[in-house]
Design a protein around this ligand. Structure first.
Ligand SMILES: Cc1cc2nc3c(=O)[nH]c(=O)nc-3n(C[C@H](O)[C@H](O)[C@H](O)COP(=O)(O)OP(=O)(O)OC[C@H]3O[C@@H](n4cnc5c(N)ncnc54)[C@H](O)[C@@H]3O)c2cc1C
Length: 340
């Protein structure tokens, strides 16, 4: 039996805390309900979007269609040997709860991705990453339901075509599939801890940890993120609003001539990645507040809703930031956040 609500305010369902009205709203508790919904008249008639934790979306107007809220739950072992375990998690599980579960069981691979908000199902969409780890490093496969005909399909890691904050699901298959579950392969012993990135080593030292474990690395990441990123319960935001751009080596050399201190990292295909936060800060945006919206004072990549901002105000701010970065650096920033 389908559940369908009408005229639902999406404010509690997006971490920006933006008020937007969904014409229809349906909560999905398992894959069968999703298939039933796909076959329904309302699904055929209305524009639709899947919402997980709403931590990577910006609604700039009311949603004149059907919002499908993913509330599917369940985690099961699908394979195990002496060294590794494969876990299939339903897409509506909270990502951070899955991380804590794995850390508690001493299963390694996702501890650096602690405290990323949102659901398991959204993780492959933009190949979530933090502190030197991306979810593609542990994904075995992704199960989807085709929103055209309701059929099921499994994507191998290769078929997901992961890139930095990208996958086939964010490009060609955007809004065409529902991710129903994700299978991860994790280590059971000889964990390869990744502590080189960012402030992890320094934080472990400050925590007086000399022999790091999955638990202490996860604790260190949680500590760093809690100190650095705004709490969505206190101030509306969607984490990094923009992707870090990569530019050609020639373009980078030209920029370096004018801005000798420009930070940079090697990217694929001899390109050069430049931190978007630095570019935004150089344009004077860090800590700026315009009416209800602004740029976070500690982290220029994070746009915030200080109160009852409208989605279009955030969008307007993002557009102004893109323009000023383009004028100063000839680099066009692209949003990481999904805009509706
Ligand atoms: C404070 C903060 C910190 C963050 N830090 C990071 C970080 O370190 N690294 C990082 O990569 N991201 C980060 N993010 C972004 C965000 O947490 C991730 O992108 C997360 O995976 C989004 O999950 P969600 O369930 O909230 O997705 P939603 O925002 O609900 O959806 C995101 C997109 O995926 C689609 N979608 C969601 N679920 C499904 C599904 N089951 N099937 C098909 N489509 C679906 C939606 O339609 C939408 O287009 C951060 C966000 C915040 C607010």
């Amino acid at each position: 039996m389908l559940n369908l609500e009408k005229n639902v305010d999406l404010k509690p369902f997006n971490t920006f805390g933006i008020r937007a009205n969904a014409k229809y709203f349906s909560r999905i508790h398992n894959a069968d309900q999703m298939k039933e919904l796909v076959r329904s008249e309302i699904f055929k008639d209305e524009r639709h979007v899947v919402l997980g934790g709403g931590s990577n979306v910006l609604f700039i107007r009311d949603f004149d269609g059907l919002v499908i809220h993913n509330e599917t739950k369940g985690i099961e072992k699908v394979n195990e040997n002496d060294d590794t375990i494969s876990l299939r998690a339903s897409s509506g599980e909270l990502w951070h709860s899955l991380v804590l579960h794995c850390v508690a069981e001493n299963w390694g691979g996702i501890e650096n991705l602690s405290l990323i908000p949102g659901t398991v199902g959204a993780a492959p969409i933009q190949n979530i990453g933090a502190y030197g780890v991306e979810v593609r490093d542990v994904i075995e496969n992704v199960d989807v339901i085709d929103l055209g005909d309701g059929s099921s399909k499994t994507f191998t890691n290769d078929e997901c075509r992961f890139e930095y904050r990208e996958s086939v699901f964010k490009r060609e298959l955007k809004e065409k599939i529902f991710i129903s579950s994700v299978t991860l392969r994790l280590s059971k012993k000889n964990h390869r801890l990744n502590t080189q990135y960012g402030a992890i080593n320094d934080t472990l030292r400050a925590m007086q940890v000399s022999e790091p474990t999955l638990r202490s690395v996860s604790d260190a990441v949680i500590k760093i993120r809690t100190e650095k990123l705004p709490d969505v319960r206190a101030v509306g935001n969607a984490g990094s609003f923009f992707k870090n751009p990569d530019i050609s080596a020639e373009a980078f050399e030209k920029l370096k001539h004018t801005f000798p201190g420009i930070p940079h990292y090697p990217a694929a295909n001899q390109r050069v990645k430049v931190p978007a936060g630095w570019l935004i800060e150089q344009c004077g945006w860090k800590g700026k507040k315009i009416n209800h919206v602004g740029v976070h004072a500690m982290q220029a990549l994070v746009l915030v809703n200080f109160g009852d901002a409208k989605g279009e105000e955030i969008f307007q701010l993002a557009t102004e930031i893109i323009t000023s970065v383009r004028e100063k650096f000839s680099i066009t920033l692209t949003p990481e956040v999904n805009i509706f």
